[in-house]
Design a protein around this ligand. Sequence first.
Ligand code: ATP
Length: 393
Amino acid sequence: MIRFEQVTKRYEDGTTAVDGLSFEVAEGELVTLVGPSGCGKTTTMKMVNRLTEPTEGRIFLDGDDISTIDPVRLRRRIGYVIQQVGLFPHRTVLENTATVPRLLGWKRGKGRERAAELLDLVGLDPSVYGDRYPGQLSGGQRQRVGVARALAADPPVLLMDEPFGAVDPVVRERLQNEFLSLQEQVRKTVLFVTHDLEEAVRLGDRIAVYGQGRIEQLDPPATVLGAPATPYVAGFVGADRGLKRLSVTPVEESDLDHPPAVRLDDPLPKAAARLRAEGARWAVVLDAGGRPHGWITADDTAPGGTGGTVRERARRMEASLPLGAPLKQALAAMLGHDAGWVAVTGPEGTGRLLGVLTPARLHEALRRSIGADARAVPRAGVAVESVATVSAP
Ligand SMILES: Nc1ncnc2c1ncn2[C@@H]1O[C@H](COP(=O)(O)OP(=O)(O)OP(=O)(O)O)[C@@H](O)[C@H]1O
């Protein structure tokens, strides 16, 4: 959806803000850009909507080289949310939200209808807030209007530059949660700049960790925390802090998925029927005691002539851990076995399968852990970044 090809940006004074950047963001994916001040995050964003032009390299949006698209038309395809929301002070919330539809020449009624819909979507009742002026809103409410306004023309892409940077930690957490559920509904392709690692972990499908002008690692949050690609990334995630987060968060029963399970001694047609009935592409294979043995795909169960049992076609998978084990152990098992899931067993001693943990669910568990910590800290005087000081003993 968005593709950077060897993009470099040198400002006139000789500063190289971005240096040979190549990466891709898939449709509907949310990638957070995180890194220290001045490492080129904002420059990266501004090149996407052509507020800044690259010195070298090319950027593609949905396959189109953006240097060939008129900037005004380009920006209609891209919503932009920044920290200083930039609402017009003398226009009402509804009018502010309808800015882009109006610029696009929509009929006034249609624009206002759409604006009201969006205010609702970001949790602001249009009948209460629509006629207010920005000065009559809290900081968090203003940010919500900023998000609603960026979504007004339904652009496929959103660029968000520290959108929640100016609000206090409690409001920020609420805005993050709201934005996550909003994103589940609208599934935009999002580039999200933050200097806050926790925010990056919580929101990102993947995190791009910036060094000076370049991306040091672009991976799902759990991988960035658990397996930093370079010493720089390890330093940035603060070995202690990131690993502690994974080390102190246990795998819980609610984190588990439950794919169909078949037994080693089941006849293949029975396994095939089970998979068909559940519309699944694979099943966990259990031994006679209900302990995980491995897995089998729907293709593996396809009739091969003589029938036979699951045992003959099952694939071995040894990544397994007990319920309550830390996420770090789960991640290590996934990475160690190059597996897309790990078997989770319990209760104590029996080794019986309870369910499986996938990378996506591991990420959710991480989010849960961050959320729980954020709620546990007192409202005043706490920097949301200080995971090390608020993590469980
Ligand atoms: N218009 C400009 N002219 C010259 N240098 C600039 C300009 N804009 C940015 N820079 C420099 O480019 C580098 C990258 O800046 P950029 O704003 O992209 O960083 P950032 O990672 O977004 O930082 P922050 O987190 O502080 O916003 C910095 O060294 C900055 O001083």
